[in-house]
Unconditional design. Structure first.
Ligand SMILES: [Ca+2]
Ligand SMILES: [Ca+2]
Ligand SMILES: [Ca+2]
Length: 182
């Protein structure tokens, strides 16, 4: 069972993923997301990286479509997205592994510019800005999800934050804000 608070988070996530606001998540939304990530990470002049970012977000779309799309069209409706989130939340430890692993990898591919396996303050802020989050909120979120306080968000810390976003019923959980603040 999920709480009303969790349901609100899934609904908010759906609206962010439905970039063009037509009421369904499609490959076009992920293409648009990849485009934003390329721009925000300053990767436009690096063709192999641009290709890697597009490949990562296309891969994420494929993962979501396979998991959530229950009919024969090529789109994930809000109803389908909420259903897969609610089903995944039944297993708080591993239920969202299908989404979080590839999602964190896509963020790292896009924003870990120096390739050290973690997001510096500058790299994290660039990702947050790509999601439409201002600098003040981005830095507040960084402090919350940087569990070891080294000023960087490791892939592990990002996975933990994403897991909290998708599974925690606690309104104070640090990961709640990673995709934007309501
Ligand atoms: Ca859409
Ligand atoms: Ca880095
Ligand atoms: Ca850290």
């Amino acid at each position: 069972m999920v709480t009303e608070f969790q349901r609100e988070k899934y609904t908010r996530r759906f609206r962010l993923l439905d970039r063009d606001g037509d009421g369904a998540i499609t490959e076009a939304d992920y293409e648009s997301q990849a485009r934003r990530m390329v721009a925000a990470s300053g990767s436009a002049a690096d063709p192999p990286k641009v290709e890697a970012i597009y490949a990562a977000y296309r891969g994420l779309w494929a993962v979501l479509c396979r998991a959530a799309n229950k009919d024969t069209d090529a789109e994930v409706s809000q109803e389908e997205f909420l259903a897969i989130c609610v089903a995944s939340a039944d297993d708080p430890e591993g239920g969202f592994a299908w989404l979080i692993g590839p999602g964190v990898a896509a963020v790292m591919t896009s924003f870990d510019s120096d390739g050290d396996g973690r997001l510096s303050g500058v790299e994290f802020r660039a990702w947050q800005q790509a999601n439409g989050i201002d600098e003040v909120h981005a830095m507040a979120t960084l402090r919350l999800v940087d569990r070891d306080g080294d000023g960087h968000v490791s892939a592990e810390e990002l996975s933990r934050a994403a897991l909290e976003f998708y599974t925690s019923a606690d309104p104070e959980a640090p990961g709640n804000g990673i995709f934007g603040v309501t």
